[in-house]
Design a protein around this ligand. Structure first.
Ligand code: ZN
Length: 300
């Protein structure tokens, strides 16, 4: 089953839902980031969460999630847009936390204390930024907690990553159901009870059920609006200009130190691992541009 996202709302517009299969995406991230199994599951959950939250975007809007916890993974990033392009990274890809009898101890890898940061570029002057403390470190609960408390939309989130014995990703996906104002209590209760009774998402995906079948089952007998299907793909939009800006952000003293080194400066994109090489000449040029910039002081 090819990675994709399906989204729709009920006909009365009081409930909206999205489900995604992200198996190939999470497997490519595992290979790019070199994650161990517990880190694969943690990063897989976060990017699957970003994917389903991406169903709420339109046009050129973008969403970035970042978890910063006191566990060994330290920081996890996931970014997406309205077209199903997703990228993700983890600062420390090897958690060192072995699988448990019932799966993976994601809160131990992420950390039980920390923050979930949400940044949304909605095409306005400044991006919207939100932050909540980690609720459990399980990630699905943390995202649901953020959506329900910070964005004040009661939300249910399920995320799943299932690994083969050798650590490869066998199935991954996410599910989001949101209750909008004006909904009938009876309908919300029906959905809640069906969500509780729903088998794990990865079980359904491994049985070959696609997001549409999962959502149709969940919303059986509820009149639905038109569904929209969006392909989900890994895409990193890094480019040399961005890396130049990042290097400039280091300040003139740091650039001077880099320009004094024998070797070229190589910056690796944390998402796609592409390497950008800058010669000493180019670093000197960046430093010169920095000095020419008016009204800017980099060092005291
Ligand atoms: Zn990149």
């Amino acid at each position: 089953m090819k990675d994709h996202l399906l989204r729709f709302a009920t006909q009365d517009g009081t409930l909206r839902a999205a489900a995604a299969v992200t198996t190939d995406l999470v497997e490519s991230l595992r290979q790019l980031q070199g994650t161990d199994p517990t880190a694969t599951v943690a990063l897989g959950r976060l990017v699957s969460g970003a994917t389903i939250m991406g169903s709420l975007l339109k046009g050129d809007q973008k969403l970035a999630l970042m978890i910063e916890g006191n566990g060994p993974l330290r920081k996890l990033h996931a970014e997406t847009d309205a077209s199903g392009h997703v990228r993700g990274s983890v600062q420390v890809p090897v958690s060192g936390i072995p699988p448990t009898a019932n799966g993976f101890d994601v809160p131990a890898a992420v950390g039980r204390a920390g923050f979930l940061h949400v940044s949304k570029d909605l095409g306005l002057k400044e991006p919207y930024r939100g932050m909540v403390q980690l609720y459990s470190g399980e990630i699905a609960e943390d995202l649901a907690y953020y959506l329900t408390t910070s964005e004040q939309v009661p939300s249910s989130v399920a995320l799943g990553v299932y690994l083969e014995q050798d650590g490869r990703v066998a199935a991954a996906g996410g599910l989001l159901v949101q209750a909008l104002p004006g909904g009938q209590d009876a309908l919300i209760e029906l959905l809640e009870s069906r969500l509780v009774a729903l088998p794990p998402l990865t079980t359904l995906l491994r049985e070959g059920q696609d997001p549409e079948q999962i959502l149709r089952h969940l919303f059986a007998d509820v009149p639905l609006g038109k569904a929209e299907k969006i392909p989900v793909t890994f895409r990193c939009n890094c480019h040399r200009g961005q890396i130049r800006a990042l290097l400039k952000g280091l300040g003139k003293e740091e650039l001077e130190a880099l320009a004094g080194q024998e070797e070229a400066t190589v910056v690796t994109c944390e998402f796609c691992q592409k390497k950008y090489s800058f010669s000493r000449q180019e670093i000197r040029q960046l430093r010169a541009e920095l000095l020419e910039m008016p009204g800017r002081t980099d060092s005291p």
